[in-house]
Design a protein around this ligand. Structure first.
Ligand code: PMP
Length: 305
């Protein structure tokens, strides 16, 4: 895979990405003790301007993940200003002039400490990569036989590398069964999210998404959808969603940093709506493409340069 940009940030300096290595005896490799976020970067060809999307929100989520995982030195050592400057420099050094994603991790930088978490050093790493190709015409989904890891096993609001074993098992099952991705139910059987994205459905012109207490990651794109829906006068609500509602929905879509907004056209071999992206989904996809330009009262873009 060579979609990685050449320069990474690792252990307080910029290095060639192929030299940014962790030991096989390190805590992130052995126990998944690392947290992360992925933020989108958009290239505006008309203005010849590169911008980072919702950077303060991504930093806040990284801080929250650090707090949940007791990575306290990260929150003491890194200010938003320092973070933003480092991300800016990473993009400048890589001479980025296209849409891309930046993956930032904060990891336990120690070896052979077992599952211990206290008193260990944490370091930030970041690299730039190309967004995946997502079929914008729609994806086929399957409800997973695996349940979403509950919040009281691994905190759902944190993005913890180790917890993605759960997502990987769900995705594997879905792909092996001929689907594009999986839908995760929580322990009670309510719809939670997909493997790396949140889920919305439309029933009777109302946009519905599982509430934040349904074992899900409170995605930043999910929050973007709320703002876009407000501007478009689309009624939206957060509540518990039953599995059977997935099959009766007029529209279903997934949303997340790497997928952006992608319609679901089939779930468990039942056609969603008329099998084509629905009108509310299309409206939100178009609004998302403006990346906040033209939206009143927001300040989602941080210019790179
Ligand atoms: N849920 C999970 C499990 C995810 O990994 C992601 C991707 N970060 C999302 C939802 C969507 O979050 P965001 O919109 O912040 O990318």
């Amino acid at each position: 895979m060579n979609s990685l940009s050449p320069t990474a940030y690792f252990r307080d300096r910029f290095v060639p990405v192929e030299l940014a290595h962790l030991s096989i005896a390190s805590a992130p490799v052995l126990y998944g003790l690392s947290i992360y976020t992925v933020f989108p970067v958009f290239w505006n060809a008309d203005d010849q301007q590169l911008s980072m999307f919702r950077l303060p929100d991504h930093f806040r989520r990284l801080q929250n993940s650090a707090k949940l995982m007791a990575f306290d030195d990260f929150n003491r050592q890194w200010s938003y200003q320092q973070f933003a400057a480092t991300m800016n420099n990473l993009l400048v050094k890589n001479k980025i002039r296209r849409d891309c994603l930046v993956r930032v991790a904060v990891f336990v930088d120690d070896i052979l400490q077992g599952t211990r978490m206290h008193g260990l050093p944490h370091r930030l790493s970041a690299f730039v990569y190309a967004p995946p190709l997502v079929p914008k015409t729609g994806v086929r989904l399957a409800v997973s036989s695996w349940r979403r890891t509950p919040d009281n096993a691994i905190p759902s609001r944190a993005k913890i590398n180790g917890s993605y074993v759960n997502a990987s098992l769900m995705k594997h099952e879905a792909v092996m069964n001929g689907f594009d991705d999986a839908i995760a139910l929580d322990e009670q059987g309510h719809v939670a999210e997909s493997t790396v994205s949140n889920i919305f459905l439309v029933r009777d012109d109302r946009l519905v998404t599982p509430s934040g207490s349904t074992d899900l990651l409170e995605g930043i794109t999910r929050d973007t959808i709320f703002t876009l829906a407000n501007h478009l006068d689309i009624h939206h609500e957060q509540r518990m969603i039953d599995r059977s509602e997935l099959y009766l929905a007029d529209e279903v879509f997934l949303c997340g940093t790497s997928l952006q907004i992608v319609p679901a056209i089939e779930i468990d071999r039942r056609v969603v709506g008329n099998g084509k992206p629905g009108p509310i989904t299309k409206q939100l996809m178009a609004a998302y493409q403006t990346h906040g330009h033209g939206q009143a009262n927001n300040n989602w873009l941080t210019a790179v340069g």
